[in-house]
Design a protein around this ligand. Structure first.
Ligand code: ATP
Ligand code: MG
Length: 424
């Protein structure tokens, strides 16, 4: 649904309406802007409601009792109203992008149209006054929303040269919204790649993750490839042969919308675990994500274990950690769905066995043994010494083979025969 009626019906939160009302009462202009106008027009409930105003940041600060100067140098102030956070940003224009990364100067403006002109895409450059129901749409955002088009505000070449992240955002919005790129907007991407190359990797990653988690993720990845963006930050995929890349995209698309699982499904058959880690580091993913993606990539080919015995599967569980088994099975399932659907049935049987083994909570490490370190020492009649570690590893191997052996008396018996066999 793309109608003005959806704006009239929009349920703008009370605190947001109060902030806008107060600003107009003080003689300033104030509008809802950006994503919330776009999403409401699409009939989708917005994630958050951003307010833009002609009031200067100091004026916003003095208009409300509780404010946090969140990004005051860029004109953003957070108003706290009844426990709600409302972001209020002064109309601004940006100039002199010296390096294609950040505007070197921000100029505050009095006119909403000036503020909308510096925004990236026509569908993101609309403002709505919920008090008098005025829609400010100088770049025909509504029309592009109906035509499902991502189009730059003004010259795409200029806009992409100012801020190298914008082409990445264009593709991200296309994937998230299931839109296409306006031809002039798409054509400007290859021409401005040298600016995209300078963008900080965290910013690229943020957009990449949103694309990866979108419904049209395979389409988004393809668009990244054809525009040349992918080669800049993920050459491992961009330079893979066409069939390998297609299978990787299909695997990622078949995975549940979780960043670690999708990334692992995408990379598992393209790179080794070491390279997967390098990619994570390059894109400045959090360490926790990198470690898990590396682990999933290393063990993704679960179909290799379909003939595995229970002891072999318990050893696999011990190696990856029981908490990682379920997500790992999701990576494996997505890959097999995309690559070898004929093997899904046997994979599902294996997954069933793995999850049952995890649910049984078998002893997997020294900590799980029915004998603690002290008990092992007294059973051996020794103090702390290397033999204790050796004995522990021996016992762990025994209980991985047969979990029912994990009882104090049985383990002591095993230790005695182990000592005898060693001849000491
Ligand atoms: P989402 O729902 O993904 O948050 P959004 O439209 O709110 O979408 P944000 O990244 O939160 O996207 O940005 C808010 C608004 O700020 C955008 O709608 C757009 O008007 C403007 N904007 C954000 N980034 C840029 C940019 N790099 N260049 C120009 N305008 C931008
Ligand atoms: Mg937003």
């Amino acid at each position: 649904m793309t109608t003005l009626a959806s704006l009239f019906d929009a349920e703008v939160p009370r605190p947001v309406l109060d902030v806008i009302t107060r600003l107009w009462d003080l003689g300033h202009a104030a509008y809802l802007v950006g994503g919330c106008v776009r999403d409401t027009l699409r009939g989708v409930h917005p994630k958050d409601f951003d307010v833009a105003t002609s009031a200067l940041p100091e004026q916003v600060q003095s208009a409300f009792r509780k404010v946090i100067p969140t990004g005051i140098q860029h004109g953003t102030v957070t108003v706290l109203a009844d426990g709600n956070h409302v972001e209020v940003t002064t109309f601004r224009s940006e100039s002199d992008y010296h390096d294609g990364r950040r505007p070197s100067a921000v100029t505050f403006e009095k006119d909403i149209v000036r503020d909308l002109s510096r925004r990236d895409f026509t569908i993101n450059a609309m403002a709505w006054n919920p008090l008098n129901h005025e829609l400010v749409d100088p770049f025909r955002g509504q029309e592009d929303l109906k035509a499902r088009l991502i189009r730059c505000v003004g010259s795409a070449n200029d806009r992409f040269s100012e801020d190298g992240l914008r082409p990445m955002r264009a593709v991200r919005f296309a994937a998230v919204l299931d839109f296409t790129l306006d031809p002039a907007t798409q054509a400007a991407i290859p021409a401005t790649l040298s600016v995209f190359r300078k963008v900080a990797h965290e910013r690229v990653r943020e957009e990449f993750v949103k694309l990866l988690l979108s419904k049209r993720e395979a389409f988004g990845l393809e668009l990244l490839a054809v525009t040349g963006l992918l080669d800049v930050f993920l050459p491992e995929l961009a330079r893979a042969d066409a069939e390998a890349a297609r299978l990787a995209r299909a695997a990622a698309a078949a995975a549940p919308a979780d960043v670690e699982i999708r990334l692992a499904a995408l990379l598992a058959d393209l790179v080794d675990p070491q390279r997967a880690e390098e990619i994570g580091v390059r894109l400045k993913f959090p360490t926790k994500n990198i470690e898990r993606v590396r682990l999933f990539v290393g063990h993704a080919a679960l179909e290799r274990h379909v003939e595995g015995s229970d002891p072999a599967l318990r050893r696999l569980i011990a190696k990856v950690g029981p908490a990682n088994v379920e997500p790992l099975t999701q990576v494996a399932r997505a890959r097999v769905q995309a690559r070898e659907p004929g093997r899904l049935l046997e994979l599902e049987a294996l997954i069933g066995r793995l999850l049952a083994l995890v649910a049984a909570k078998p002893p997997l490490t020294g900590k799980d043994l029915a004998l603690n370190g002290g008990a092992i020492m007294s059973a051996l009649g020794v103090g702390p010494s290397p033999i204790v570690g050796e004995a522990t590893r021996f016992l762990v191997e025994q209980v991985l083979d047969e979990p029912s052996l994990n009882e104090a008396e049985k383990l002591k018996g095993l230790l005695r025969s182990w000592l005898q066999a060693r001849g000491s």
